[in-house]
Design a protein around this ligand. Structure first.
Ligand SMILES: [Zn+2]
Length: 311
């Protein structure tokens, strides 16, 4: 099954839904950075989440960053997705392996320790918006749900699943984000009347019932990556488990992939920002490496002299 990102709504647009299969992208991240199982799980979850968070980006150069920083040995990771579904990222301690307790290699929260989860939304037009929240468990899904609640006051269900073999081959990576759209509360429904949600005013308890049903469906849904490994598509998972008994509608889907946005031109521009003095110290030539895709850009002595002379 190819990597795909889905946007949907449920129960008369009262819930917005994002779901993703990004198995190939997480495998590519694992291979590029030679990640240990712990780092694969951490970066895999961040890539899965940020892919879904990228949906409402509009400008072609807009991108969203999701990063986690912890005081534990795993340290953290960064994942970015742009408006075109190009994913990239890196882990701060990519090779961390717990040799004495093999089971520990599957619990990222324990090795992240105390820390923060941060999102940076860059719409490519105005100053980037940054929001940060303390980690709750370090298992990412719960942390992101708490981030949405604290920073954006949106009740959100997040499910992120990465299934890996002992050698860190990625068998399945995927997840979903479901957000309750802002609604009139049930207590206020009668007062708001036709100005509010039609179903809230005509069926005062329908939303609460559906929210409860959705919540128990989500709790009863087996791990998304286990289901994907059994052959369920991300749409099957939504239909047969998450929205069992609840109407939902897919609106759009788009492909996503691990793909870096770096270029020699971008590195040149970044170097020019350093100014004449710093560039002169590198006049013998440098070979910067892209931390997202490991591409090496060679700037020879002549290239550096040209750059300095053009400043
Ligand atoms: Zn790159």
């Amino acid at each position: 099954m190819p990597d795909v990102l889905i946007r949907a709504t449920a129960h008369d647009n009262q819930f917005r839904v994002f779901a993703v299969n990004c198995t190939a992208a997480v495998q590519k991240a694992r291979d590029l950075h030679d990640l240990s199982p712990l780092a694969t799980l951490l970066l895999g979850k961040l890539l899965t989440a940020v892919a879904m968070m990228s949906w409402d980006l509009k400008h072609p150069q807009a991108e969203v960053t999701l990063r986690v920083d912890g005081d534990g040995a795993l340290e953290g990771a960064v994942a970015i997705c742009n408006a075109e579904g190009m994913l990239r990222g890196y882990a701060h301690n990519p090779k961390l392996l717990i040799e004495d307790k093999l089971k520990d290699n599957f619990f990222i929260g324990k090795h992240l320790g105390k820390g923060t989860i941060t999102t940076i939304r860059n719409d490519a037009k105005s100053k980037p918006y940054t929001g940060t929240c303390a980690l709750v468990s370090g298992e990412i899904a719960e942390d992101l749900a708490e981030y949405y609640l604290q920073s954006e006051q949106i009740s959100t269900a997040v499910n992120l699943g990465i299934l890996i073999d002992k050698d860190a081959r990625v068998r399945a990576a995927g997840g979903f984000i479901i957000q309750q759209m802002p609604l009139v509360s049930h207590d206020n429904a009668a007062k708001v009347g036709s100005g509010g949600s039609a179903s809230a005013s005509t069926m005062p308890f329908a939303d609460l019932q559906v929210a409860d049903m959705l919540s128990s469906n989500i709790q009863a849904t087996p791990n998304v990556s286990d289901l994907m490994d059994m052959g369920y598509s991300i749409e099957d998972i939504l239909s047969k488990f998450v929205f069992k008994g609840i109407s939902w509608q897919k609106h759009e889907e788009k492909s996503i992939a691990y793909a870096c946005t770096c270029s020699r031109d971008k590195f040149s521009k970044a170097l020019l920002l350093l100014g004449k003095k710093e560039l002169s110290e590198m006049a013998s030539g440098i070979e910067p490496v892209c931390q997202y895709c490991n591409t090496v850009y060679v700037f020879s002595h002549d290239d550096m002299i040209n750059m300095i002379n053009n400043l």
